[in-house]
Design a protein around this ligand. Structure first.
Ligand code: CDP
Ligand code: MG
Length: 660
């Protein structure tokens, strides 16, 4: 490791990576990919593009980069992309353990705001988004001889953009390099035919029988059903851990807490008295993720509450029971609306099968689908790729920064719908990222350098011009962590949480409240911050992550020669509110006579989310970070604004959509 690594990271790496025991190392060689080792290496070496398809858990992600490192590619850098940061971190940690090295030694990971890799690192796990950003500085990714795109079947927007870029690279790069695509499902023919001359290799998996159970009736609440089913499995079924799929942090934390109280009263079957609940979701800090892989203590059974991260991206050993709620939280673009909506939606049949498969990796298992067989039959056969359903502005900005000026002519695996592309271009134009000819403006170039969505990049740049960059960085950092205020479990705790929130509440809304929280956190002495978080019902983990992101954003803004200024404590926060309008104008809404709000550009009806500090108050006009759907459309993270600012600050957009 180089000497300039922060001390904290070094400590984490040292602690989290003890080498595996001999017996465990031998078990690795039983993974199905080890049988196919020679064929895999030959396939990669003799084809420029090689597609490896294999059952989840067969060892593709953890073993294939190692095989390559031990082959003639040993001297070159191998990069392996993952659609999610959690997967990049967990897999790098695992491989470092297997190879007996520290993170940031031979093996490392790099995700947004957290890079452990050093000049020593030969096997690098990164998010696909991070590799896209690296390509801005190194468009042909010359430093890599082997580029592995893992979980290609997930078809995230970043994966698809990356695949298009790799195809372009295939034409332009003259040296020897190899592209490896890895996927868990069989529709690999699609990517194979996208790359000229690509070959497909199959890794034969081992899958035990999994009994699939459906409910007799549709369930009113999948959360109640999940809790009941988990407790039933614990009290009736033979040894083996449980994996339950939920949709997000809030649900997962809530059920973990419920199991802690209710699980203690449920007697386990077969001598497994205790039920231990663990969580895994995207916003979980790296340090906490490792917990999920630890075996349950003797005499207890583990239940893992996970998002779809555990569907294919992560394999957690020991699971024999799967509880499938049949839903997933998904971002999608509403036709015509131009804004992404985050909503809980039914999964696809392919996802349901992947989830079931997780029960049968080590022994026969059981899956409890919390929906009826008739409901299963109605599911879509596979999930629509993101590129066909989300706002494309972020991807288009990245591609423009990579020098691809005609996005419509860019070769994607699935061509995005033209109206969606046009809308993304319009959005970027209004943000000032593109000039009238559609080329990246100087402002757009700066936006592309900032590792946040274009609307947040815009907020930072506008804030920089009005003396509040540091405050905007705090607001953006706080928006990158899911939840800061902890919801109490008991009535008393809930009350304490409400009071704590009230202490930080700012009448301008959640952004300013978040800023007040971060400022108060930073004003507390380092050694006292943990205690401060507990006293204020604030998640210490979320604050640490937020603090790290804040520091990195500040460093980057400084490197971009933007002044790091902040508003005085007693100063009117209007400059910051105005900066928010400039970035979030698609999410501007006005109050209607019935108390709900109407999104100005699209006419959608929304309400202020109950978690907002503005919930219950009556602002005339707002902007918000996110639109979420639970029973109805909710605006989450809301800022109070003046309607006159809209036309003044974003005339190109609002003269078309005149606020009423
Ligand atoms: O990529 P694929 O789904 O084919 O398999 P993998 O992720 O390489 O996982 C291979 C094995 O490594 C699994 O059986 C897991 O038990 C183990 N593993 C682990 O214990 N901890 C991790 N963080 C990742 C994998
Ligand atoms: Mg994998």
């Amino acid at each position: 490791m180089s000497n300039n690594q922060p001390a904290k990271r070094r400590r984490l790496s040292d602690e989290s990576v003890p080498r595996l025991r001999e017996a465990e190392l031998r078990k690795i060689q039983d993974l199905p990919v080890w049988e196919a080792r020679k064929a895999v290496l030959e396939g990669i070496c003799s084809n420029q593009v090689y597609v490896i398809v294999g059952e989840t858990g067969s060892g593709k992600t953890t073993q294939i980069p190692k095989f390559l490192h031990q082959s003639r590619f040993g001297k070159s850098k191998i990069i392996c992309t993952q659609p999610r940061r959690v997967a990049a971190i967990a897999n790098a940690t695992r491989v470092a353990k297997e190879m007996g090295c520290k993170l940031g030694g031979l093996v490392g990971y790099a995700v947004r705001f957290d890079d452990t890799s050093t000049h020593e690192t030969k096997i690098r796990y990164v998010t696909d988004g991070l590799l896209l950003r690296e390509a801005v500085a190194d468009p042909l990714l010359q430093q890599y001889k082997v580029i592995i795109v893992d979980e290609a079947h997930e078809r995230t927007l970043d994966t698809d953009a990356l695949l298009g870029l790799l195809k372009r690279m295939q034409r332009l790069r003259k040296d020897e390099f190899h592209i490896v695509l890895m996927s868990a499902t069989l529709d690999a023919g699609k990517y194979a035919s996208f790359f000229p001359g690509a070959e497909i290799g199959l890794v034969q998996g081992r899958q035990h029988k999994v009994d699939v159970m459906y409910t007799k009736q549709a369930q009113e609440s999948y959360l109640d059903a999940a809790l009941t089913t988990v407790l039933q499995i614990h009290s009736k079924e033979a040894a083996g851990d449980i994996l339950a799929f939920l949709t997000g942090q809030e649900e997962i934390d809530a059920l973990c807490n419920l199991v802690k109280t209710r699980g203690a009263q449920t007697k386990g079957a077969h001598g497994q008295e205790k039920l231990q609940a663990v969580a895994i979701y995207a916003a979980l800090p790296a340090e906490q993720q490792a917990q999920v892989f630890h075996p349950a203590p003797p005499g207890s059974r583990k239940v893992i509450f996970a998002t779809n991260i555990a569907e294919t991206a992560l394999t957690i050993p020991g699971v024999r029971y799967v509880v499938d709620t049949g839903v997933v939280k998904q971002r999608s673009y509403q036709t015509g609306a131009g804004v992404d909506l985050l909503a809980v939606v039914p999964i696809s049949k392919a996802q349901a099968r992947q989830r079931s498969g997780r029960a049968g990796r080590e022994a026969p298992g059981k899956t409890f689908r919390l929906y009826t067989e008739a409901e299963f039959e109605k599911l879509e056969s596979s999930t629509t790729p993101e590129i066909l359903r989300v706002n494309l502005a972020a991807a288009v900005l990245q591609l423009k920064a990579l020098g691809i000026s005609d996005i419509r002519a860019f070769d994607f695996v699935d061509q995005p719908p033209l109206p969606a592309l046009v809308r993304a271009l319009e959005h970027l134009h209004v943000l000032g990222a593109l000039d009238t000819t559609g080329e990246l403006s100087p402002c757009g170039q700066q936006m592309a350098r900032l590792p946040v969505d274009p609307q947040y990049a815009k907020i930072l740049l506008v804030a920089a011009a009005s003396g509040c960059t540091e405050d905007a960085a705090a607001v953006v950092a706080m928006a990158s962590v899911e939840q800061v205020f902890v919801n109490g479990r008991t009535e008393q705790q809930k009350q304490a949480a409400t009071q704590a929130k009230q202490r930080f509440r700012r009448p301008q809304g959640d952004h300013l409240t978040a800023l007040a929280v971060l400022r108060a956190f930073l004003a507390t002495g380092k050694g006292k911050r943990g205690e401060w978080c507990v006293q204020n019902c604030i998640s210490g983990r979320a604050m640490q992550r937020c603090h790290r992101i804040f520091q990195q954003l500040c460093t980057l803004l400084q490197a971009m020669k933007l002044p790091l200024e902040r508003l005085g404590d007693t100063q009117d926060p209007e400059p910051l509110q105005r900066a928010l309008v400039c970035g979030l104008f698609l999410h501007a809404a006005c109050r209607q006579s019935d108390g709900t709000f109407k999104v100005i550009g699209t006419g959608q009806e929304v309400s202020i989310h109950p978690s907002s500090v503005l919930s219950g108050s009556k602002p005339e006009c707002i902007v918000f970070n996110e639109l979420v759907f639970t029973r109805r459309n909710y605006a989450r993270t809301v800022c109070n604004i003046q309607m006159s600012w809209l036309i003044e600050l974003v005339p190109t957009y609002f003269t078309k959509h005149i606020p009423r």
